[in-house]
Design a protein around this ligand. Structure first.
Ligand SMILES: Cc1cc2nc3c(=O)[nH]c(=O)nc-3n(C[C@H](O)[C@H](O)[C@H](O)COP(=O)(O)OP(=O)(O)OC[C@H]3O[C@@H](n4cnc5c(N)ncnc54)[C@H](O)[C@@H]3O)c2cc1C
Length: 465
């Protein structure tokens, strides 16, 4: 950092030196997220400890024409919090107060830096439930979840983060402090700017307070693991479970590469015969839960399951889920490079899309382990390679993956967002007019384009990669 950096000095004056960290270590740590986006070092990190710090940091940076990257825990998969141009990082993790849990109105008021797992625990102590459950819940923040419209396994029954955001306080780059939405279950006053903010990936405003809807905690949860000989059988079984109206709360798929990687990382997490597996959860009142589990077991067996294992107690349930939670890191350990895609296809196209993934992997000779929220048609297709000369084959595989996804009527991202990594593929799914409409919204809220620049929207005129 240049010691005469006027913006950093102005930030220190406005906020106090303790809230501005320009150490090499901190700048390097907060320059990247959990994607493999190429990053540059930020000028400094601002640690917001109260909402006024967010307003002041944005004001100073706007005045100096310096870009700002809002940041939660940095677990994003597409480079949303990665620093890609000269910027200040605005760290919101110290804004971590659960301000109110209102059991009469089933509303929780939180600051954006609350860790999602801590939010789950806080509301569950009160007999309430916040369903969105990204697999990173132990580390990620609710602000990052709202900015990415995060999902998770339970989205199959309960929907995604957007379905639980009633309102918020947010600050735009030009300094407007917006109070958006409502605290009531219903409300249609004016344009729905709350929904616009959800999934905006830190490009429209920085959240300082979130008003979230919660629901009563389900009384019982049952967990099943079904094993299959082929991924096509598993894909068909998913469609059958949904068609039978069993209302599972999640249906998670693990392909054979993933099952092998899990066995390497956690040998007891999966039965030895699990070549392809579905992890299914059913919740509700105990009697109803048991009846639906029974029907799910029959349906799975009738659709090619080799074995259906029902967890008998919490320890077994945790063991089954440990398979899912070690997976991302187990795959990362298998190759020097990893790209993690997050496509969604209509559920009826799941088996066809899985066949497409296998065909692309064979054609390009790239390992493409696939897992994810199969109940929603949301597949995390990973590309693993160690030899840098394979990069052109990886790029061809990604293009083919996205083209097949769109051909099936699907979408590029189910929950990880667009960030930097998918930005230049947006034209495959959205028309120039739709992209221009989004650019106009961005200009209205951030005329100088300083809030999280180069994220989500491709440059005008960009039509391919
Ligand atoms: C192992 C692993 C498993 C994962 N599993 C899932 C999963 O199941 N489902 C899922 O949806 N995602 C998953 N993710 C992705 C990631 O955890 C989510 O995208 C999460 O929402 C990011 O939260 P974060 O606090 O880390 O945000 P960051 O990565 O810090 O930021 C993400 C985006 O939010 C913006 N942002 C952060 N805070 C604010 C704020 N206060 N105001 C405005 N914008 C803000 C940033 O600018 C950035 O664009 C996983 C990631 C990992 C590493």
């Amino acid at each position: 950092m240049r010691r005469d950096d006027r913006c950093v000095l102005a930030l220190e004056r406005a906020l106090g030196a303790s809230k501005v960290d320009d150490s090499d270590e901190r700048r390097a740590q907060l320059s990247r997220d959990e994607s493999e986006t190429d990053c540059v070092l930020p000028r400094a990190v601002v640690i917001a400890r109260e909402s006024a710090d967010v307003r002041e940091a944005l004001r100073v940076c706007e005045e100096h024409g310096v870009a700002v990257v809002p940041r939660g825990a940095g677990t994003g998969r597409t480079g949303g919090a990665a620093v890609v141009v000269d910027s200040i990082v605005l760290d919101t993790t110290a804004l971590c107060d659960v301000k109110d849990i209102d059991r009469d109105d089933n509303i929780v008021i939180v600051e954006p830096g609350v860790v999602t797992g801590a939010l789950h625990a806080a509301v569950e102590r009160e007999g309430l439930f916040f369903p969105p459950d990204p697999q990173s819940a132990a580390w990620c923040t609710i602000g990052g979840n709202v900015a990415e419209n995060a999902g998770g396994p339970r989205a199959h029954r309960y929907g995604v983060t957007r379905d639980y955001v009633l309102g918020m306080r947010a600050v735009t780059m030009s300094g407007a402090e917006l109070t958006l939405g409502r605290r009531t279950p219903k409300g249609v006053t004016g344009y729905d700017l709350t929904s616009l903010m959800v999934g905006s990936e830190g490009t429209l405003a920085v959240f300082t307070e979130l008003w979230l809807r919660v629901i009563p905690k389900p009384a019982t949860v049952r967990t099943l693991l079904a094993t299959f000989a082929s991924i096509t059988d598993a894909g068909r079984a998913v469609t059958a479970i949904v068609r039978k109206g069993i209302f599972a709360r999640c249906i998670e798929l693990l392909d054979s590469y993933c099952c092998d990687a899990i066995r390497d990382a956690a040998p007891s997490a999966l039965p030895p015969n699990a070549s392809v597996a579905l992890l299914i959860e059913i919740d509700g009142d105990p009697e109803d839960c048991d009846a639906r589990c029974e029907r799910a077991g029959e349906t799975l067996t009738n659709h090619g399951a080799i074995d259906v294992f029902a967890a008998q107690h919490e320890g077994e349930r945790e063991r089954l889920w440990s398979a899912r939670s070690v997976l991302s890191r187990a795959l990362r350990a298998r190759a020097r490079f990893k790209l993690s895609e997050d496509i969604v296809v209509p559920r009826s196209k799941l088996a066809a899309m899985l066949d497409d993934v296998r065909a692309i992997a064979e054609r390009e000779q790239i390992a493409m382990p696939t897992y994810g929220h199969a109940g929603d048609g949301n597949l995390h297709v990973n590309l693993l390679w160690s030899d840098p000369s394979l990069r052109p084959a990886v790029d061809r595989a990604v293009r083919a993956l996205f083209e097949r996804t769109i051909a099936h009527g699907g979408t590029l991202s189910g929950e990880h967002g667009i960030g930097v990594l998918k930005r230049d593929w947006m034209h495959l799914e959205q028309s120039p007019a739709v992209l221009d409409a989004q650019r106009a919204i961005k200009r209205a809220l951030d005329p100088r384009g300083l809030l999280n620049p180069h994220k989500v929207l491709p440059a005008p005129g960009h039509r391919g990669c």
